[in-house]
Design a protein around this ligand. Structure first.
Ligand code: MAN
Length: 566
């Protein structure tokens, strides 16, 4: 019988034994059967078969008289009925074997100073001291083969109580650890919840901001598109138009002047040629010929020569001056157009804003709104030119677009953060959300040529100590429960018996010619996180046995309130 079970039995029996004193009972009777063995009665009724009534003296007479063995609680006479014994041939039985079970669980060792316990009837007087069950040695009362089992209950009981005390304290410490984990998990959960609340609020505000910026962007874009022309440099508005016109006009005039100058030079050449002809006519004609036509022509030529000599000429412009005018405009001469076209000169809107600056705010807004509305109305009704394809985007539109884009980015990043947090809140972190506090923390242990590592709610890893790299043994999938059936270990570092939490890690690194690696992480209660064992039951299928306070029951002394509860 395991010690823990025996302890339970002990407490149950303590009550019964108060009614019937153990001393007055026949040998081997456990306290819960005391009621069947009346100390002063003359007869005994078989427990499982009341039709058989024996004399009291037949109890423990080493002869099995009751079919359920209840008349031999203190001998091995009915041990063939013991559940642990092999089936025995029995006279009169149809099957030829016994299938009757014993009414008694075994030989009761009182174990004074320790805890009482049953030993199988087959152990009674078998010449072996079974101290682990019967520390008082009472099951070897016949001293078969001279065996004498001394009573060791004092020492065994003392050691047992020490271990039991330690185990209890460890359990309490583990439970304390667990409570701390639960508290931490609760706080982490609250953090996620408040993060979700603030993200929701932020998203709500960003939604409004986004709509507002979208409206503003469209408004600015439409109002910018409403500007009639854009010059080469991309300047908009009336000033831009004026600038463009002036620049073109100056170019036209300069080109015309250039052409006029060429024409003048041609004409001058021709005048010079004609003057030469006239001079020749005046000086070389024969006055002896009385030709009236020639005389008149000579007279006109002389008058022309006299008039040019008298200097009645219009003011002459120096060629150098004309050439200066014809020079391309630049920083050194003329107008520096670049300053106007590329510089930070004001747009229509800027001018309007400058004027508005002298007005009270509400009037300014009112005028601005009205101007915009009128402009947009004019564009939409085909009165003002819509100029969507011209030039590059204005600074106002760019700024509005950038603000809108940044709000959109903020909105989508916050939305995905919210989704992530909500997913995390819904995730199964085990009973009491306990693995939330452990998430991302790791435990490891050296086994053979590898170091194995478990990272809670994340992954399991096999790390080569010979420098052959790390192998992922699975990624966290979910939490299950399975029945463990292992013997209790002396150091307590084992799964034992009962339902245990099992964390599934799947889809690890592919196995050579096989499936992806996976790990089942079996958990048992312990004071601290510890990776006890790793085994590979089949190729690339691993089992980790891990101790952790997260797997403990929340036990605390009755009546003792924990800090959390206060
Ligand atoms: C490595 C380790 C082993 C595994 C084999 C499979 O050696 O990951 O655990 O069994 O690969 O080939």
């Amino acid at each position: 019988m395991r010690q823990t079970d025996a302890l339970v039995l002990l407490s149950t029996l303590a009550h019964t034994s108060a009614v019937v004193s153990a001393q007055s009972l026949p040998r081997g009777v456990g306290p819960e059967f005391a009621k069947f063995y009346e100390p002063k009665a003359a007869t005994f009724t078989c427990i499982g078969n009341p039709s058989i009534v024996l004399k009291s003296s037949q109890i423990n007479d080493n002869s099995c008289d009751c079919s359920d063995g209840s008349d031999e609680p203190g001998t091995a006479a009915c041990s063939y009925l013991d559940p642990l014994s092999p089936e025995q041939p029995l006279q009169g039985s149809v099957t030829g074997t016994t299938n009757i079970t014993s009414a008694l669980p075994g030989f009761w060792c009182t174990n004074e100073g320790h805890i009482g316990s049953y030993v199988p009837f087959t152990y009674v007087n078998d010449g072996v001291c079974d101290y682990d069950l019967c520390c008082d040695g009472s099951e070897e009362f016949a001293h078969v083969g001279g065996v004498k089992c001394e009573n060791r209950c004092k020492a065994i009981g003392k050691e047992w109580r020490r271990l039991e005390d330690e185990r209890k304290k460890s359990k309490e410490r583990s439970a304390e650890q667990r409570r701390a984990l639960v508290k931490e998990s609760r706080e982490l959960r609250q953090k996620v919840e408040s993060k979700i609340a603030s993200l929701k609020q932020e998203i709500k505000e960003l939604e409004v901001k986004k709509i507002d910026l979208q409206r503003k962007f469209e408004e600015v874009e439409r109002s910018e598109r409403g500007k009639v022309i854009k010059d080469e440099g991309g300047q908009g508005g009336k000033l831009g138009v004026l600038l463009s016109l002036a620049k073109n006009r100056v170019k036209e005039l300069r080109d015309t002047l250039d052409k006029v100058l060429d024409q003048r030079d041609d004409l001058q050449d021709r005048v010079d040629q004609l003057e030469d002809i006239l001079t020749k006519l005046r000086t070389e004609y024969n006055p002896n010929f009385n030709d009236e036509g020639v005389k008149a022509a000579v007279k006109a030529a002389e008058d022309y020569a006299a008039s040019t000599a008298s200097g009645a000429k219009s003011e002459e412009i120096a060629d150098a001056d004309i050439m200066k005018v014809l020079e391309e405009d630049g920083e050194a001469s003329g107008i520096n157009w670049a300053e106007f076209t590329e510089g930070d000169s004001a747009s229509d809107a800027d001018v309007v804003y400058n004027l508005e600056a002298y007005l009270p705010g509400f009037v300014r807004d009112y005028i601005h709104d009205k101007l915009n509305l009128v402009r947009i109305w004019m564009i939409e009704n085909g009165i003002l030119a819509d100029n969507p394809t011209s030039g590059h985007e204005s600074r106002l539109v760019t700024a509005a677009r950038e603000l809108l884009d940044s709000a959109k980015n903020d909105f989508s990043s916050r939305t995905s953060q919210l989704e992530e947090q909500e997913k995390d809140l819904d995730k199964d972190y085990g009973p009491d959300d306990i693995f939330r506090a452990l998430k991302g923390k790791c435990v490891s242990s050296d086994v053979g040529e590898y170091e194995y590592e478990l990272c809670w709610i994340d992954r399991t890893m096999q790390k080569s100590k010979k420098g052959h790299g790390n192998t992922n043994m699975g990624n966290f999938k979910g939490i299950d429960f399975e029945e463990a059936d292992e013997e209790e270990r002396a150091d307590g570092k084992g799964l034992g018996k009962g339902q245990r939490m099992v964390l599934r890690y799947t889809d690890g690194q592919g196995c050579w010619n096989g499936p992806n690696r996976r790990t089942d992480v079996w958990l048992a209660c312990a004071e601290k996180d510890e990776l006890w064992r790793v085994s590979e039951s089949e190729k690339c299928v691993y089992k980790m046995e891990v101790g952790t306070p997260a797997a403990c029951d929340d036990v605390h002394e009755p009546g003792v309130r924990t800090k959390d509860e206060l």
